[in-house]
Design a protein around this ligand. Structure first.
Ligand SMILES: N[C@@H](CCC(=O)N[C@@H](CS)C(=O)NCC(=O)O)C(=O)O
Length: 231
């Protein structure tokens, strides 16, 4: 008899936000059913469960309301499974620093990178490149401060910020391969370079980060969505 999963994740495979949630589910050994969403032809399930933003990920857990927003979802998972691979620091002031950096990362970095990989405008791409490079130096500084000499943002092991930022590792590779932009590189961001190596050395990272081909397909889909919303 097949067992019914209590948890369901609605996602799109190339999405960094969905990757974050999958990362946490794997680290915490939580079983779930995955439902692939077609973002170019959104399902009733997505429109009903996230009517405001109509975006993935959406997490369904038993009788709870559908949950949206990757950062809120990963905190929820950390709270319901606190004893398996805890993600956020126990100290409130360290916790708030993590949340601030995650918010800043999503508000600035994500938008720059997304626009960088999608835009056709070469001048704008050059501007974005400068912003991303400047952002990478800020991220390096934050890493030095938060990691306290350890290999991960979370210290000796993968924590909340490692997942928030690490979910982008596939996109960073895409920037390298298509545009020759090294967001993380030895000279400018030595500690983040080591961090990247530590992240890739973990089986969980290699199994969760989608392949280059999937990211390329996702980029094409984002381009289509961008065209559709500008017409
Ligand atoms: N802030 C949201 C962002 C989610 C998001 O941007 N999802 C994208 C996929 S990467 C999406 O569903 N896009 C479809 C759309 O905006 O129409 C989160 O952290 O979950």
């Amino acid at each position: 008899m097949t067992q019914k999963c209590e948890m369901k994740l609605l996602g799109s495979t190339g999405s960094v936000f969905v990757t974050r949630v999958k990362f946490v589910l794997k680290l915490k050994s939580i079983d779930y059913e995955y439902i692939e969403e077609d973002l170019c032809n959104k399902s009733e399930l997505l429109l009903k469960s996230n009517p405001t933003f109509q975006q993935v990920p959406v997490l369904f857990h038993a009788t709870e309301q559908p949950m949206i927003e990757s950062l809120a979802i990963i905190e929820y998972l950390d709270e319901i499974q606190p004893n398996v691979h805890p993600l956020l620091p126990s100290n409130p002031s360290e916790r708030v620093q993590c949340r601030i950096l995650a918010y800043t990362f999503d508000t600035l970095f994500y938008r720059w990178i997304k626009e960088f990989v999608v835009t056709q405008d070469k001048e704008r791409r050059e501007e974005l490149k400068k912003l991303i490079i400047r952002g990478s130096v800020m991220l390096e500084e934050a890493f030095v401060k938060l990691s306290k000499g350890k290999p991960f943002f979370g210290g000796d092991d993968i924590g909340y910020l490692d997942i928030v930022v690490g979910a982008f590792l596939g996109w960073l590779k895409l920037c390298e391969r298509i545009f020759g932009l090294y967001v993380i590189e030895e000279e400018r961001t030595p500690r983040l370079t080591q961090w990247g190596k530590s992240m890739w050395s973990r089986e969980v990272t290699r199994s969760i980060i989608p392949s280059h081909e999937i990211h390329m397909e996702f980029r094409n889909m984002l381009k289509k969505l961008a065209c559709a919303s500008s017409t």
